[in-house]
Design a protein around this ligand. Structure first.
Ligand code: 5GP
Ligand code: ZN
Length: 113
């Protein structure tokens, strides 16, 4: 496997502004925020993208969504927020380690660009 920057964050080898951590899941602020609130929630174990979700790892994915719901509440994203998982080259995925962007604090267009 190629070097993975999010595995480094999961292992504590690379610093991040952490919002949540347990043995399977981690949430941290995006380095290049595109909204007033922009954080990422990921599996600490390496999963490539949405295409690699299966019966073995899907409980981690449901756990990720529980963390998203809890953090949205904690950060008072009461008027709405967007959850995005760029999956693969055409979608603009740049880090090949499954993660969900949580974006809040502004209006988001639909359909997206
Ligand atoms: P993707 O493009 O794969 O959907 O999302 C990757 C995200 O990770 C980007 O929004 C990028 O700003 C963020 N990112 C890349 N490297 C780092 C890093 O080292 N630390 C943090 N906190 N975010 C990163
Ligand atoms: Zn990884």
């Amino acid at each position: 496997m190629d070097h993975c920057v999010f595995c480094d964050i999961a292992d504590g080898k690379l610093k991040a502004k952490i919002l949540y951590k347990d043995e399977k899941i981690m949430a941290f602020y995006d380095l290049e925020a595109v909204a007033p609130i922009h954080f990422l929630v990921m599996s600490r174990a390496h999963i490539v993208s949405v295409k690699a979700i299966n019966k073995e790892n899907s409980s981690t994915v449901s756990g990720i969504f529980e963390v998203i719901a809890a953090l949205a509440k904690k950060l008072e994203l009461v008027d709405g927020f967007r959850v995005v998982a760029n999956s693969g080259k055409l979608a603009g995925q740049t880090v090949n380690h499954l993660h969900f962007h949580v974006l809040g604090g502004r209006v988001f267009e639909w359909p997206p660009g």
